[in-house]
Design a binder for this molecule. Structure first.
Ligand code: C2E
Ligand code: MG
Ligand code: MG
Ligand code: MG
Length: 277
């Protein structure tokens, strides 16, 4: 009897794995055709100066505009793109679209300081990353000061010494750097000190219950204090309520990003957002 039950469990397990594997394979094929057919778009989420309320930048967030499925969230495809290596091509294309947009906005006199672009772990490990970025910036005549790159805490800590070197190269090109999802990886504070980054972004998971959970409040305020003493600015992500904003401002957070101000917007809506401020 036990044996039969075991066998059933086993069959169910393999069937589920089979379905998951097929879904992944389908997604991989879909991503390949999305690249070929140029189906990725960027949305832009405003980043607001906590002291002045001014929009200081936009984070570029990729979406896949699928003819069948509509707008697909990066949460559904970035990890598969990572595993298959397709992220290299998608990431290059994302950077190119961000530069094209920055150049367009600059020419049109749109008042923004920076566009922030997410890098993946694979991109950070590409030896020709700085050259690739420089080539694209030159093609669109984008000054490095108009671009910021976000790398997650966990990807930088995977190979900290190598990360410090490559981030140093990017920084020396004049590109601003931010550590994304801070607090969710395993930072060694001795390495953090050596990272040539300008900003830390407090992960949304700590912001969510910031006014009710004393642990989250402690982590957020300690992160702000530590960043400032290391000479770095702090961005809070996922700010949705006035109470969260109030807590963050009170503790000296520099930049606020979240639905309270705006969801990520199409390029046209981002300009509209600036115009209606
Ligand atoms: P992330 O870089 O940490 O981006 C912030 C995510 O939080 C975005 O989700 C954004 O829409 C969402 N968000 C912002 N404010 C709020 C808020 O107030 N409440 C809530 N609930 N969510 C908020 P999105 O656009 O779905 O992106 C998810 C993740 O996908 C990003 O997290 C990033 O890790 C990755 N990603 C997005 N675009 C790219 C890209 O071009 N390249 C790479 N490598 N990864 C990307
Ligand atoms: Mg980010
Ligand atoms: Mg983030
Ligand atoms: Mg996050």
């Amino acid at each position: 009897h036990a044996k039969a039950a075991g066998r059933n469990t086993y069959q169910m397990f393999t069937r589920e794995m089979h379905t998951a594997a097929r879904q992944r394979l389908a997604m991989e094929n879909n991503l390949r055709s999305a690249i070929t057919n140029d189906e990725f778009v960027l949305h832009y989420q405003p980043q607001v100066d906590a002291a002045t309320g001014k929009v200081v930048g936009f984070e570029a967030l990729v979406r896949w505009l699928s003819p069948e499925a509509g707008l697909v969230s990066p949460e559904r495809f970035i990890s598969i793109a990572e595993e298959t290596g397709l992220i290299l091509e998608i990431g290059r294309h994302v950077f190119e679209m961000a530069c094209e947009q920055a150049a367009k906005w600059k020419k049109a006199g749109v008042p923004f300081e920076k566009i922030s672009v997410n890098l993946s772990a694979r991109q950070l490990q590409q030896p020709d990353l700085p050259e690739m970025l420089a080539t694209i910036m030159a093609r669109y005549e984008v000054e490095p000061g108009m671009i910021e790159l976000e790398v997650t805490e966990s990807m930088t800590m995977e190979r900290p010494v190598e990360s410090i070197r490559i981030l140093g190269v990017l920084k020396s090109m004049g590109i601003d750097l931010a550590i994304d999802d801070f607090g969710t990886g395993y930072s060694s504070l001795s390495y953090l000190k050596l990272f040539p980054v300008d900003k830390l972004k407090i992960d949304r998971s700590f912001v969510k219950d910031i006014e009710i959970d004393p642990d989250d409040a402690a982590i957020a305020s300690a992160t702000i204090a530590m960043s400032h003493s290391l000479g770095k600015k702090v961005v809070a992500e996922g700010v949705e309520t006035a109470a969260q904003l109030e807590f963050l401002v009170k503790h000296g957070c520099d930049i606020i990003q979240g639905y309270l101000f705006s969801k990520p917007l199409s390029a046209d809506d981002a300009v509209e957002y600036l115009n209606t401020l």
